[in-house]
Every structure is written in structure tokens, then in C-alpha cells.
Design a protein around this ligand. Structure first.
Ligand SMILES: [Fe+2]
Length: 305
């Protein structure tokens, strides 16, 4: 696959200042133009003003100009989507079901520093004579990268077909008719496409070094404002990733995550036949109703009419 990661997203929010303050405290330092930085991905989240929360743009990283040309060719051969701009290093398309802008650009791969954390197991000791680094840490953990987005769409089959047949994402797991977990990298999912009454960003997720940093960061955010808490700490079934979800002021859920499954090749991965909501989590607190039915859904539907 020439695609190798998400690059950045543009998120529309009703109150940019309030959301910006949340994401800064979350660990994404603010810079100019509404941009917020991850540790290893740089500018990966841009906040812009919108009447209600919206995913405005999804950025995808490709290896070279040939990847962009192949995608552009598939717009015509598959007959889905339209091209807004095509240069040597950038291809901007419109997803046909929701109008989402998808920007595929030639981009560098992530380079993450080695984690200072170490773990002791019965069969392998990494740390003698000192406490776990996360216990002693006084600084805030910084999210490494924007790792996935879950996007609701009123025409799930069309949005899924656009991302797989045109852009080139691969399906890792699927709950037919409900949600498809797709990827543009070795991560189990980068973009999950769920059936919804209206187009909306269900959640965005940032990868932490390990579960220590998921817990440390989630707890710190909730200690400051308990109303932010949505769901966690737990471990998903599909993708296996640890999660702690918060709610940003615009209403989008924001996830600290770690240890997601990696897929080296499509034919080496065996998807399970997931049914109902068993896919949501393997262990952790029960899924809050609001995670399944966001409280602003009626408002989002009204705004889209
Ligand atoms: Fe997630």
C-alpha cells in the first residue's frame, strides 16, 4: 500500500477558543492558524469555526506522486467522488455521500522516539532497583500521533466504497451495516466508517506510548474537569487498543489510545465475525449510552436539514 498514515484533520467546532484550550491541555500544543501539534506528527489537528461540530477535511499520507495518480484514475474508473485539485504532491477529492474533503499528500512517515517506559513480567524483567518511570513522571505525556477517526455517514456503503475502491484503504474488520474499520497503514484502523443519521465526527484518537500514558493522561484530564469523562479505562475487542474517551467542548469524543493491533499484510489477517455490540470492548466499564447515541444528535440532524 502506498498510503502509510493519516496526516491531519480539520475539525469544525462552535467555539474554537474553548476547544483549543481543551486540546492544549490534552497534550496537543497550539500553534498558529488553529493548528495543534502531536509529538511525532507535527500539525495534525486544525480547529476551525463551524455552527455545529463537523469533520471538514481528512488528510492521508502517500509515498509518492504515482500513488496520487492511481487514486485520481480510480475516481473515473470507479465512478465515485470528484477531484478538486491535483498537483505532484497533493490530491484533493470530495467524498460523494457527505462532501468530506479528502486530501492525499506525499508525506514523510512517522519517526517516534523510543519510550523510556519499561515493564516487568514473570518471563522478562526490564527494570531492576528503580520504580516504574510513569510513577515518577511529573511532566504530561504527549500524544505521539493522530491515529484514527471514526466518522458517521448517512450513506455508509457509499462512503466505505469511496475509501476502499477509490482512495485505497483496506478493511480490517467489519460489523456489517453498522461499522467498517479501515486502514491506510499497518495500524488496525485509521478511519472507521459507521452508519449514522447524519455526517458527523464520532471521535478522534491519539496514540500514546503505552497504557501507562493513557491512564496518566486520562486521569489528569478528568481530575481537572470530571464532566469531560466519557468512557474508560478499557480495552477494545476490535483492534485490541486500550482506550480512555473524553468529550471536547464541541461534543466530539477524543480518545487516548495505545497498543492497537498491527496488520502486516491483508492476507495474513483473519477478521472475526463480529456481531452486535460485542465488538465495542473486551473489558472495562460498561459502554455509556451517550457513546452510542451522542446527546447532540438531534441538533446535528437539524443543522444538516
Ligand atoms: Fe477509537
Amino acid at each position: 500500500m502506498g498510503l502509510h498514515r493519516l496526516t491531519s484533520i480539520t475539525l469544525g467546532v462552535p467555539d474554537v477558543a474553548a476547544s483549543s484550550a481543551f486540546f492544549t491541555e490534552f497534550g496537543l500544543d497550539a500553534t498558529t492558524g488553529g493548528w495543534h501539534l502531536t509529538r511525532d506528527g507535527g500539525q495534525q489537528l486544525q480547529l476551525v469555526s463551524a455552527p455545529t461540530r463537523q469533520l471538514k477535511r481528512l488528510g492521508v499520507g502517500a509515498s509518492d506522486a504515482d500513488d496520487l495518480s492511481r487514486i485520481a484514475g480510480r475516481v473515473a474508473s470507479v465512478g465515485l467522488g470528484s477531484i478538486v485539485e491535483h498537483t505532484a504532491d497533493r490530491l484533493v477529492l470530495i467524498e460523494p455521500a457527505t462532501g468530506l474533503l479528502v486530501e492525499v499528500s506525499v508525506a514523510d512517515r512517522y519517526s517516534a522516539p523510543a519510550s523510556p517506559h519499561s515493564f516487568n513480567r514473570p518471563a522478562g524483567v526490564e527494570r531492576f532497583d528503580v520504580p516504574a518511570p510513569s510513577v515518577m513522571a511529573s511532566d504530561s505525556a504527549k500524544p505521539s500521533n493522530l491515529t484514527h477517526v471514526v466518522y458517521g455517514t448517512p450513506d455508509q456503503p457509499t462512503t466505505l466504497r469511496f475509501f476502499t475502491d477509490v482512495i485505497g484503504f483496506e478493511i480490517s474488520d467489519e460489523v456489517p451495516g453498522i461499522i467498517a474499520f479501515t486502514r491506510c497503514s499497518e495500524l488496525h484502523h485509521n478511519f472507521a466508517i459507521q452508519a449514522a443519521p447524519v455526517a458527523f465526527p464520532h471521535h478522534i484518537a491519539f496514540e500514546m506510548d503505552d497504557v501507562d500514558d493513557v491512564v496518566r493522561s486520562g486521569q489528569r484530564m478528568v481530575d481537572t474537569d470530571p464532566q469531560r469523562h466519557m468512557w474508560g479505562l478499557g480495552r477494545h475487542a476490535i483492534g485490541s487498543n486500550w482506550f480512555w474517551y473524553l468529550r471536547e467542548p464541541g461534543g466530539t469524543f477524543v480518545e487516548y489510545t495505545a497498543d492497537i493491533d498491527r496488520i502486516s499484510a491483508q492476507d495474513l489477517y483473519q477478521p472475526k465475525d463480529w456481531k452486535g455490540h460485542e465488538y465495542l470492548y473486551s473489558f472495562g466499564p460498561a459502554t455509556p449510552h451517550e457513546f452510542l447515541e451522542p446527546s447532540d444528535m438531534a441538533e446535528l440532524i437539524a443543522a444538516s436539514a
